[in-house]
Design a protein around this ligand. Structure first.
Ligand code: NAP
Length: 432
């Protein structure tokens, strides 16, 4: 097996290029290869492309000296110093990344599932083998937020992250906002435009965003949190009428992923939330991503841009490659500190709340709800009711003064059991 050379001897000649093997020649892999083949500075040399059934993948624009293979073992046994993993998923991507690191090869990946679930273990393996693991494209695609967290902001002590991380949800919510179309129509449009998969559950129900939030928390807050421990609420229960009520409150609705580290507790959750329409979150349209970090010394910093797409994501991958190649060229390891804490995780944020009810109109509704809220020491801030709905199915809204999620949940449970409630109450935090 050809062990990747990584320690430059004091009298060794200056390096001219770093040998790169690309595994996964799909949307992002192809875009990465295009950039690498178009570069003329010689710092990165594409030596291998690996994909299953590789014959159908060959391209005339790839130089003839690049080896095409469908065997991972060819990559591991080659003299490539950097392996780019772009096949996605946990397996066999995980086995490939582990084998590459164990062989002393640095790895660049865009694989959020792998990093969210196994990031700390893989970073440790990279450290033990004197190589690097970079994953800058795994969150927010082409927006360079992860490199910023790991270098440009590493001098600060970050304590908070609030973000729009899922382009599919943002596209759907901003379409409902703009056109007041039903949720199902906005989802169909997202699918027709290729922004949502046929089964969009991972996006809509928050699984994708919480994996990305776990990675941001790893890189920025230095915490190890399992994605499954972050509560995710679905956007499926949002109606067009919620945007009407939100607008009356000066707000709109976005899927927000947030994490606040307070001593040894990580407050974290993903879900639809009311945000001021004029705020940076309220202004994010279509499938863009936004990440806002809060630091003890540097205050708030915002990152906005295309969170997906072959070319933007490829830029992030190639930028990671350049960073690894610079490390190889300098003859030094550029490992990142791995002093992680494993905090308690909960979603017990204290915020004002938006509660939307669908009821069958009858006398005593407000009194019934108010008595439950009062029994749980929850204070009403406002009651909103739009005219023009049938009395048989009437939406109306109560907003609450700030309280904890844990204080609200039992009241919601009781309210949803009231005889006039047609659907469970929708509760959304209001972020100011
Ligand atoms: N696309 C984006 O906008 C975006 C944004 C951020 C991050 N990412 C991440 O980037 C990675 C790649 O995404 P992508 O959109 O490029 O995916 P993709 O278009 O599905 O490409 C994956 C490639 O890997 C190949 N592959 C899959 N399993 C393999 C295996 N077991 N052995 C060999 N080759 C295999 C596939 O071959 P076949 O052609 O045979 O399927 C395909 O060519 C994923 O981790 C994804 O989450 C993507």
């Amino acid at each position: 097996m050809a062990k990747a050379s990584r320690d430059k001897q004091p009298d060794s000649p200056a390096r001219t290029n770093a040998r790169v093997a690309l595994v996964g020649f799909g949307t992002v892999g192809r875009a990465v290869a295009k950039i690498l083949c178009g570069r003329s500075d010689g710092a990165l040399q594409l030596t291998q492309i690996c994909n299953r059934n590789v014959a159908r993948k060959k391209q005339p624009w790839v130089p003839a000296n690049v080896v095409w293979t469908e065997q991972f073992s060819d990559v591991i046994n080659s003299d490539a110093e950097i392996v780019v993993e772009l096949i996605g998923g946990l397996s066999p991507a995980g086995e490939l990344v582990r084998a590459a690191l164990a062989a002393g090869k640095s790895v660049v990946t865009a694989n959020k599932q792998l990093i969210a679930r196994h990031g700390p273990e893989l970073l440790q393996l990279a450290n033990e083998n004197g190589c690097q693991l970079e994953y800058g494209a795994s969150v927010a695609g082409g927006v360079p937020v992860l490199p910023a967290l790991r270098t440009g902001l590493s001098g600060d002590r970050l304590h908070g992250i609030a973000s729009i991380l899922n382009g599919t949800c943002n596209f759907i919510l901003s379409r409902i906002e703009a056109e007041r179309v039903p949720f199902g129509d906005a989802l169909e449009e997202a699918q027709a435009r290729g922004y949502a998969e046929a089964d969009a559950s991972e996006d809509l129900d928050g699984g994708d965003a919480r994996a990305k939030l776990a990675i941001l928390a790893l890189a920025g807050l230095h915490v190890h949190v399992e994605p499954d421990n972050i509560r995710a609420r679905t956007i499926r229960s949002i109606d067009a009428v919620d945007f009407d009520y939100a607008a009356d409150l000066g707000c709109t609705i976005r899927q927000i992923s947030r994490a606040d580290l307070k001593e040894t507790t990580l407050f974290a959750e993903v879900g639809p939330s009311l945000v001021p329409a004029s705020s940076p979150f309220g202004r994010v349209q279509r499938n863009l991503n936004l990440v806002l970090t809060s630091g003890q010394y540097g205050g708030d910093i915002a990152f906005l841009g295309a969170g997906a797409g072959g070319d933007p994501t490829a830029v992030a991958v190639v930028s990671d490659l350049i960073s690894v190649a610079d490390g190889l060229s300098a003859g030094g390891r550029r490992n990142h500190a791995l002093h992680l804490i494993s905090p308690k995780v909960n979603c017990d944020f204290e915020t004002p709340w938006y509660l939307r009810f669908w009821v069958k109109d009858q006398p005593g509704i407000i009194a019934g709800l108010a008595s439950i809220l009062s029994a749980h020491q929850l204070n009403i801030d406002s009651v909103l009711q739009k005219p023009g709905f049938e009395k048989s199915a009437l939406p109306f809204v109560i907003t609450l003064e700030p309280c904890r999620d844990s204080q609200l949940q039992p009241a919601l449970h009781e309210m949803s059991a009231l005889p006039f409630a047609l659907r469970p109450c929708l509760s959304l935090p209001i972020l100011r």
